[in-house]
Design a protein around this ligand. Sequence first.
Ligand code: HXC
Length: 257
Amino acid sequence: MAIDYQKEGKIAIFTINRPEALNAMNVQAARELHEAMVDFRDDPELWVGIITGAGDRAFCAGADIKDMLPFLKEHLQSSPWAMPATPMRGLDLWKPLIAAINGLTMGGGLEIALACDLRIASEKARFGCPEVTLGLIPGWGATQRLPRIVPWCKAAELLLTGKPIDAQEAYRIGLVNIVVPTEAVMSTAKEWAEVICQAGPLAVRAAKEAMIRGSSLTLEDGLRLENALEAYLMSTEDFTEGTTAFVEKRKPDFKGK
Ligand code: HXC
């Protein structure tokens, strides 16, 4: 399997498992990621996802240059959806995703990380968009997400030069949430996932949806969206449970209903 998909309690763990190719995404990996993500999206027992890379060198070195790029060259023009729907494009996923970035994160690998909500990076990680050195631009979202996440000039630097940056620089510009020793990447991602699992899952999803949908709306429309989502949350059992637990001075027992 190119994608190892595991469930641990409420947490889904996706491991890109092609260490011999620095976890580059071939067509098989993209199809398996799609299937695993759909299962995660639709399984009510799963609340948070973590994506990581197998081995100790790379999170993901991008699209597989020998396999994925020829496939896309053949199919992308006639079929814009040749790439299976994933969080990078085409799959509405409001459950939170954490990237556990254990090493090199290049091209499409950075785009997978950008499609996550939180990024935990190894101190050895490096990040880059080398597509222009191949005569391409990023195709899984970096031209759009990167300038929304880091300052415009840093996005331009990464996208136009193709030169990588190290983990500390990634932290400095706000590309990652935290930098930790390599051996602590997965445990930190799980700790953060557990914290999110203590909150109301419908509220977490609504917060993500409001952020993402709101980023392409006017402020007024975004505030209307926020209001609509708030009204929905107030109709849920989780809201009743969360507020009742506060009054009764106990931990809430959220059901995602
Ligand atoms: C296929 C890859 C690969 C990739 C690495 N490998 N990246 N295979 N596609 N993207 C393979 C190498 O061929 C090699 O296999 C093995 O992994 C180890 O890589 P090395 O190059 O020997 O390692 P190193 O010298 O440490 O260099 C690491 C590296 C380099 C700097 C990350 O591998 C590299 O530049 N890779 C390409 C990164 C890249 O350009 N990514 C963007 C792809 S385009 P063998 O069998 O030779 O030992 C993209 C677009 C997405 O992502 C959107 C599409 C629409």
